[in-house]
Design a protein. Sequence first.
Length: 232
Amino acid sequence: MAGLIVSEYIPNTFLYHVFDKSLGSFVESFNMKHVPKSLRPFARVICSGCMVILKANLTKKPHVSVDRNGIMLLIEGDVGAHFYRKNKTHELLSADGVIKVMLKPQFRNSRLYSDVELNGVDFKVYKLGIGGMFGSSARKLLNYIIPKTIWPRVQKSLRFAINRRGIRLPTVCGIQFEKLHVDYIRHAALLSADFTVDLPFFIDSFKRFIEADLKHSDEIHEYDRKFRYLRK
């Protein structure tokens, strides 16, 4: 049996680097190929070169906190939608939001399951590509619909994907974990598991790793530096 204590410091350090290196940005474009085939002839006539661009960006470093109830993930960011036509870009939507997600991963039969609960969603649309009274009403409507209607559906889909189907844990280099168990305490998760090792496969994988690494070791002293622990 093997045991491991995972502090919340580890995911928070990872999330810090994600935010610091601007890796928390998302850009996706939708053009004619994303339109249903039945509507493409009509869309080509109306706007053949049009495109909708969605952008999302983290505005603060995501934060993970662990207690006896599970893992709480706090995400803050902004979202924008832009319409592109004839070399001109028109802003459709600008919004920011704060999402609190509670996760409680558990292991059953070498599969990872997790309950997903959206504890808090604060979403505010502050700019819409529609002016006048209708624009103000549309903003209020979106501010209501997104947290009350859209996010509950997202939560339901995530629960179905993760908690019902589960994610099968892979076998890594012949090592298969069994009877995994996780407990949660303040600021950390406690992992324990039995494991089996396919020794011939593990040794073969290690040999292939060394052979691949040696291809980049052109000098003897570099070989000695890397593999000195193998010498008697």
